[in-house]
Design a protein around this ligand. Structure first.
Ligand code: MG
Length: 255
């Protein structure tokens, strides 16, 4: 046992010293914001009646079909009914009520989700149509209105928040429905809680690739660096960031 402890310490010590060097003396939100380069703008294909609201394939798990919120709960306790509003086949963040998550837990999956930032533009930067989709409840794919709305690149729509900027800016205009198609591979941990494989994510925004097999380096905090903690299966979590962003047509295929 003694040898094993020494061996483990030898493995971990270099990483701890490296990590210590990376830690700024004082963390602020700005210390992890990347403002340059800026993703170039690509105009997405337009919604047509045939493409709008792409229906779920036969083997998908439908998490939201516009009829009810029965597959969702408040994220803060994982039990109580969502306080978000349901209208015209869409659910909308009721600002201040809190994040929601689906009841079902997933590991590797394909996700289709449609979102709409508010038609009435209110706020700037991170305060405009902000929401987010958390893979396994932990790793945020940013939802934001970045149609002529600059913010830090690694916090734009389609970014892995504060980790990886999108390849391009594929945002539609405020008030228009948009889609994310996600391919996600969960991390794997050994029995001692060490991460053997990072999570990876590929994202198409309105059919345009914005993340191409991107390694996710850990959690996606507003302040500070990503952290890694072992976990098992997890839900899809949707963020309440105070803006009335809407969602519809959410389905998952387990991989
Ligand atoms: Mg967000």
């Amino acid at each position: 046992m003694k040898h094993r402890i020494i061996f483990t310490a030898c493995l971990v010590a270099p990483f701890l010293s490296t990590f210590a060097q990376l830690q700024p003396s004082k963390q602020t939100p700005e210390s992890t914001e990347l403002w340059s380069p800026i993703p170039r703008v690509v105009t997405a294909g337009t919604n047509t009646p045939a493409l709008s609201g792409l229906t779920a394939p036969s083997d998908a798990i439908v998490l939201f079909d516009g009829k009810d919120l029965s597959n969702w709960v408040m994220a803060k306790d994982g039990v109580s009914a969502p306080k978000w509003t349901l209208q015209d086949g869409a659910m909308t963040v009721a600002g201040g009520t809190g994040d929601i998550q689906c009841k079902q837990q997933f590991e590797d999956f394909q996700l289709h989700i449609e979102f709409r930032t508010p038609a009435v533009v209110d706020g700037t930067g991170q305060g405009r149509g902000n929401s987010g989709i958390f893979m396994q409840g932990i790793y945020e794919l940013q939802v934001l209105d970045n149609y002529n709305n600059p913010t830090y690149s690694n916090g734009q729509a389609g970014s892995i928040y504060k980790q990886k900027m999108p390849l391009v800016n594929a945002c539609r205009k405020p008030g228009e429905w948009q889609s994310y198609d996600v391919i996600y591979t969960a991390p794997r941990f050994n029995k001692d809680g060490q991460m053997l494989f990072s999570p990876y994510i590929t994202v198409l925004h309105n059919g345009i690739i914005v993340q191409n097999h991107t390694e996710i380096r850990g959690s996606t905090p507003y302040v500070g660096l990503p952290t890694v903690a072992p976990h098992g299966r997890g839900p899809i979590k949707l963020q309440d960031h105070g803006n009335p962003t809407s969602y519809r047509n959410i389905w998952v295929r387990e991989l």
